[in-house]
Design a protein around this ligand. Structure first.
Ligand code: PLP
Length: 366
């Protein structure tokens, strides 16, 4: 028997997080051998993890009876070297950047505070904010799915506590110009959360703004360029005053010791990071050039395909049947019904993706 009256009222109106499909799910549904399935629906790193990170995991496995450092100090120091920011500006987080978002929403949101959400974007911001009592103000995209900066500024009110800017944005792949981020920072008394989950694949980043503004938080992750999605490590770059408050309420020991040391190893594996970035950038160009539909330019490790006049559900399904997992974007608010997000794969995977899109297009014209 269920007891819905025990659950906070707001939960009834929150839409569940929709994850990318798993290999197991697709293998079962379409009777495909799991080893033949290509998983390009969740923007993971297709090169596998850094061998140095794997070695760190193995060598720390015998120490899991001991709690890690409460503040993940080894990892925070390594992130300090990587970003060039002092440790006073860095909080490591688990599970992943999602854990950072959860802790921040618990720290910041009073009942009825507003959060501004330019759409379409990563859906967990809204879940974390609303679960803590926030009211969401959605902002529709401009032409060609661009950020509508004027509309974002107009949506800011006296009650705005947090503005979420995802740059590069998931699922559009677009980067927000630094001058636009500055303008938004300067037009609010609230905090601006800049999600840089995909920033290693982009032409620029905004970490330097943390030294200049007292109302910015940058979210980062080890799940993408560093290839450690399964370990669930993220971090936040924020002004020192905010770190002090954040550490008061953060879940204790939220990054495990193997994850701390794997993160440190991944940061030191420059060769892996370089390969992961260059493989993505090359593959991105290949997909944009060869997928026979409108493909948006991207600064991330995925591309967004507009299959109109076909619908995303049909095209995604035809790829899934061939064992290629991509993301039908209908669950993203304001994304319409013709967008499909595809993680950049290896060259061999990208060729299969292109061939599958060509087949889907040819079938539709027959
Ligand atoms: C834009 C964006 N932010 C955050 C996350 C979550 O990152 P993590 O795996 O560190 O929780 C994702 C995951 O796909 C993402 O796309």
């Amino acid at each position: 028997m269920s007891r819905p009256e025990l659950i906070k009222d707001v939960v009834a109106s929150i839409a569940e997080y929709v994850p990318g499909k798993s290999i197991e799910e697709i293998a079962k549904k379409y009777g495909i051998n799991p080893s033949e399935i290509i998983k390009l629906g969740s923007n993971e790193n297709v090169l596998g993890p850094s061998p140095m990170a794997v070695e760190a995991l193995i060598s720390t496995s015998s120490m899991v009876n001991i709690y890690p450092s409460a503040v993940a100090s080894e990892l925070v120091e390594a992130i300090s070297v990587y970003t060039g920011l002092p440790v006073e500006n860095i909080c490591a987080s688990g599970p992943g950047m999602d854990g950072l978002l959860d802790n921040l929403m618990r720290l910041l949101i009073n009942q009825g505070d507003e959060v501004v959400l330019p759409t379409p974007t990563f859906s967990y911001y809204e879940i974390a904010a609303r679960a803590n009592g926030a009211v969401a103000a959605h902002v529709a995209p401009g032409n060609e799915l661009a950020f509508d900066v004027e509309a974002i500024k107009t949506a800011i009110s006296e009650r705005t506590k947090v503005i979420f800017l995802c740059s590069p944005n998931n699922p559009t792949g677009k980067l927000m110009a630094e001058e636009d981020v500055r303008a938004i920072l300067e037009s609010t008394k609230g905090l601006v959360f800049v999600d840089e989950a995909y920033v290693e694949f982009a032409d620029s980043n905004l970490s330097h703004l943390v030294e200049e503004y007292d109302n910015i938080i940058i979210g980062r992750t080890f799940s993408k360029a560093f290839g450690l999605a399964g370990l669930r490590i993220g971090y936040g770059l924020m002004p020192a005053w905010l770190k002090t408050q954040y550490m008061k309420i953060a879940t204790p020991f939220n990054v495990s010791y193997p994850a701390v040391m794997a993160g440190v190893a991944a940061l030191s594996d420059k060769d892996y990071l370089d390969r992961s970035i260059s493989c993505t950038k090359k593959g991105r160009v290949f997909l944009i050039k060869n997928i026979p539909f409108r493909v948006y330019d991207s600064q991330a490790n995925f591309v967004l395909v507009d299959v109109a006049p076909m619908v995303a559900a049909d095209v995604a399904e035809s790829l899934l049947k061939k064992g290629i997992i991509v993301r039908d974007c209908r669950s993203f608010k304001n994304a319409g019904d013709s967008l499909i997000r595809v993680t950049v794969g290896t060259q061999q995977q990208n060729e299969k993706v292109v061939a599958a899109f060509k087949r889907a297009k040819d079938c539709s014209v027959q």
